[in-house]
Each structure stands twice: as C-alpha cells, then as structure tokens.
Write a new protein. Structure first.
Length: 590
C-alpha cells in the first residue's frame, strides 16, 4: 500500500466518521474533506473544484427547481380531487399514495414527489381518523423505491450511469433501470400495504409555529366568475373542493344575503363569504376559478405579474388599528389587496371592506414583491413566520407538466443529455412564470449541491491513487470461490450498510469504483455490480438521516429513530432477496 493510498483511505474514513458523528452539517464535512484531500496531495489543485462543473450537480439542482414548480402549480392536487373517487378504506388510501409517489419519483426528484403528496396524506388521515404516521413513512419508502425505476429518479442512478460511461464508454440509458427497479417497487409496495402495521402510533410531541398558524381560520370573499365551472351548481360542489377545511358563512347576491344551504344554486357574480385555512381556500379559489376581493393590481398601467401573498399581524401601534379596509383604500393608495382576515377566537361576519381592523388581527395581503414589504413598514405590521402562502397568487396550472413531459421525452429518447434536458426545463419553468425568480434559489438545496460538488474529487481520489483497486482486490480475496449471487450480495449489503451514514450520492461515489474493480477482479461484467451499488445506496430504510425523504417525514409523523428499522429492516431484507436474482437475470455477469 502506497502513501497516497493510505492518505486517501484516511481522508475517506475521517469524512465518514464526521458524517456519523453528525456534529457538523454534511456540506461542511464534505468541504473540509476536500480541503484536507487537497492539502495532503491526493486531490490535485487543478481538480479541486471539478465537481462544481459536474453534470450531477446540474441535474440535481435543475430537478429541484422543476419539482418546486410542479408542486407550486397545484395541478397534482387538482387532478386527485377532481378524478379520484372517494376513498374511505385506509388500505386503499395508503396504496394509492404509495403508487402515486413511486410513479412520480421515477420522473421527478423523489423528495419533491413526496412533498407534493404529503398534504393529501394529511387529508386522508383526517377523513379516516387514522394517525398520519401510518401514511408518511411508507410514502417516504415508496419514494425511494420509485426513484430506482429510471436514470433520473435518484442521484445514485445518475452517478452509476456516468461511472459506467467512464469505464465502458457506454452509459446506462433512461430506462435500463426499469426492469429491476419496477420489480422492487411492486414488491416493496405490496409489503408496505400490510407492513405499516409494524409502526407504532406516534403523535407530534410539540406543535411548531407553523402548526399553530395552520389552526387559524381566515375569512375571505370570493366571487364566481362567469366562466367558473361551478356556475349553476349547488354550493356543496364548491365546498367539496375544500376537503372539509373551508365553510361558507353567507352568499351575497347583489344586496341580498342568502343562507349557505348546501343545495343553494350558485350564480355568476355571487360572492361567497368563506372561512378556512389558507391551503383549503387556495384549493377552492384556484380549482373553481373564483375571484378574490380587491381589484386587479397595476404598476404604471401595467398588470403586476410578480404577485405574492403575505401574512402580517396588526401591532398595537399600527395605524390600521380601528380603521376599515374601505377607509384605507389600500388597492388604490398602496397597490395592495386585503384578501383575507383572521381574528383569533372570533368569527368575522362583516364584509372585509366594512370590517374594523383591530390589534392582533392577522391579515393576508396580496401585492407586488415591492409594495407589500413597504406597506408592512409604513403601517407597523409584523410579518408572520416564513411560510409560502399561495392564496391569491396566480399559477400556471398545466404548463409545468407540459415542460416536464417535454424534458422527459427529450432525455428518454436520447435527443439531448439528461443534464441539458433538465437544465432547459428548469429555465423554461422560470420563463413561463411557473416559479418566480425570487423562489428559484430557495427551491435549490444548496447544501446538497455543495456536498456533491465537494465529494466528487474526494471520492475520485480512491480511483486515481489506486485505492479502489486495492479494496477490490481485498474483497475479491474474501469472495474468491463464491458464486456470483453471493459476490453480488456482498456488494449490495456493503452499500446498504454505508448509505445510512453517507448521503446516497456520496455512497455511490465511494462504492461504485470499488464494485467495478471488485467485479473485474473476479472476472465478472461490472453492470450488475454497479446496479447493486445504486440499489443499496437508494434503499436507506433504516435511519432518518440517510435520505432527505426519511428526514422530511420524521417531524410531521412524530417518528423516533427506532421507528425506522421496525419497518425498514424487513423491507431491506425483502429488497436483498428480490434484487439479486433480478440483477443476475437482467444483467448477466458472464
């Protein structure tokens, strides 16, 4: 063993220990490892920042922007509410959620797919009276499984495709992962449909600030436009869009007030006084094509396109205290619309324009990104916790899906590389207004991208110093005489053992060269072994820290660290049992 190999092993080992220690954030650890690797000479100066221009960073960053645009559009929620029949069975609800998340995860970032569907899980849990913990972890695991089905479904698949191209001159194609990935997804979902019973009932121990805010009901006025799908339909059809989160207080038809009975027929021009959560109101307004109170906002005669909605509290010394919206005429004087009001412990019965505002009222304001902050400052309003409010914000419903479909077709047909297709899709999402410029960089997970960029040259040091070949030789000595299925199982289990303590992409960057060298040492073709590494790295079901999907559901589901192996360990065992024969069948090693 050479000095360079010893140093490469030491840097990788120190990095893994730091990841497991979890004292510092993963991007800080990765950057520290890069600097140490450069300092000791295992990464040349001219290669230190090569990872920042790597296709992997472009693909992951672009996919996050695309996912945010799709989630922001509300189209997924619209399709489910409109075309999904009522589901009361918990088993059917869970199966639907898992299949939907898995399919979406094959084509968009799995954490994005999970985030899109989590609100639906909360609605199902509320309707069925079941704890949401029964839904969220199986959904997270389904997102991981679904990502195995295509090249762009998860970062490990992208990484092994690039490594195969470097080794053999031919990358894995878009759907080379599908036969094995689909089999694992089907088997995994079948198990999770019944296996969720292994999970204990968990409730969140402590309410967050956003949870407290979510309990507040806003009162809003919404008018039926002539082209609304609910004109001449009963009120119950409108309320159904709110999924029980919104109620109607009264219907204003000219000077008349009509009691909101469910069978009242709605007419064009009716104004409905609604009360409910911002999310429920947004679903109702966007899907029924309602018009919120206020006037169309313009700036120097031009229609305002960068509309935002922001929550703010009236402070004791605010000039709004004791005044009504009609007196203030905010739409004309400040270019801001008051679209909803929440008054803790009281119901608002007046029209918003006539309501006398009080200290402590929570206002939902709509305006341009320039005007709303100015109004907050001028009237001594206190902005609430940072959370995205989409009520009153125009979105392009189907455009994100069209852009995403075009990118998938271009990448799947081989017309352009995956990196170019997704970079173009992310750019088009911005151009068509599916995601505002100010939200673009918020949607990109900077720490993940920095970690990837820093780890690429560090992990490559195992290859450039010959350390990966040395490890492959050691593994080959251990596995000498073993049948192919046992050798393949060794690599798969090794990747599964490493990925809880490393990011899954980092696991592939470290393990894939070792697996390829291991296969060559034993005289086997490398494809099945590279696939095994991708599967092992993508199937972290044992901890909440190995993958963002697992971390995302931990808080909302009220899970503990020990809950993950209760469901994840038997699922991991099933994945190993199914993957080895499938890999050997689809990718023969000899």
């Amino acid at each position: 063993m050479t000095t360079e190999q010893i140093l490469a092993f030491a840097v990788i080992a120190g990095m893994m220990i730091a990841f497991m220690w979890d004292r510092f954030r993963y991007d800080v650890v990765a950057c520290s490892a890069l600097l140490v690797a450069v300092a000791v000479g295992v990464v040349p100066f001219d290669k230190a920042f090569s990872g920042f221009s790597d296709d992997i960073v472009i693909i992951v960053g672009s996919a996050l922007i695309v996912s945010s645009a799709v989630a922001r559009s509300g189209i997924v929620d619209f399709i489910i509410k409109r075309y999904l029949p009522e589901m009361r069975s918990k088993g059917l609800q869970l199966a639907f959620l898992m299949v939907t998340v898995a399919v979406m995860s094959a084509f968009i970032k799995n954490i994005g797919a999970l985030a899109i569907m989590m609100p639906v899980a909360f609605q199902f849990a509320r309707k069925s009276g079941s704890p949401v913990s029964f839904y969220l972890m199986p959904m997270a695991f389904s997102a991981l499984l679904g990502g195995l089905m295509t090249q762009i479904g998860t970062s490990p698949n992208i990484v092994v495709s690039r490594l195969r191209e470097e080794m053999t001159g031919q990358s894995f194609s878009m759907f080379d992962f599908t036969p094995v990935g689909l089999a694992l997804t089907v088997v995994g979902i079948l198990f999770l449909t019944v296996g969720y019973r292994l999970l204990p009932v968990r409730a969140k121990q402590q309410a967050s600030v956003e949870d407290i805010l979510d309990q507040a009901s806003y009162t809003a006025e919404a008018t039926l436009s002539p082209d609304s799908v609910l004109v001449d339909k009963p009120l119950r059809e409108l309320l159904r869009l709110g999924d029980g989160d919104v109620i109607a207080r009264t219907i204003l038809r000219g000077p008349r007030r009509i009691s909101p009975f469910p069978d009242v027929t709605l007419k064009a021009g009716d104004t409905v006084m609604l009360e409910g959560s911002p999310e429920g109101l947004d679903r109702m307004v966007s899907q029924a094509n309602l018009i919120l109170s206020g006037k169309p906002l313009t700036d120097k005669g031009e229609k305002v396109v960068d509309l935002i909605s922001m929550e703010a509290v009236i402070s004791n010394d605010s000039h709004l205290n004791g005044m009504s919206a009609r007196e203030l005429a905010l739409s004309y004087t400040r270019g801001v619309n008051l679209i909803a009001v929440s008054r803790r412990g009281q119901r608002v019965s007046e029209r918003l324009s006539d309501l006398t505002l009080k200290a402590g009222d929570v206002l939902l304001l709509q305006g341009s990104r320039k005007n709303v902050p100015l109004m907050l400052q001028e009237f001594s309003l206190l902005p609430l916790a940072q959370r995205e409010i989409l009520l009153g914000v125009k979105r392009r419903a189907f455009m994100p899906l069209i852009v995403l479909a075009a990118a998938m077709i271009a990448a799947g047909s081989g017309l352009v590389p995956v990196s170019v297709a997704f970079f173009a899709a992310a750019f088009l999402m911005i151009v068509v207004g599916a995601i505002p410029l100010t939200e673009v960089y918020k949607s990109v997970d900077g720490p993940i991208l920095v970690m990837l960029a820093a780890l690429i040259p560090v992990s490559d040091s195992l290859r450039t110093t010959g350390a990966s070949e040395l490890i492959a030789h050691w593994l080959g000595s251990v596995a000498h005489g073993l049948p192919p299925f046992a050798a393949l199982g060794m690599i798969l289990l090794t990747a599964m053992a490493v990925t809880p303590f490393l990011n899954n992409a980092a696991t592939v960057l470290v393990m894939a060269p070792i697996a390829a060298g291991f296969a060559t040492t034993l005289g086997f073709r490398p494809e099945a072994f590279l696939m095994a590494v991708a599967i092992g790295a993508g199937c972290d079901f044992l901890t909440p820290i190995g993958h963002q999907c697992n971390t995302l559901v931990m808080g909302p589901g009220g899970y503990r660290f020990s809950d993950y192996p209760r469901l994840g360990l038997p699922l991991s065992f099933i994945i190993v049992i199914v993957s080895i024969p499938m890999l050997l069948y689809v990718w023969p090693v000899s």
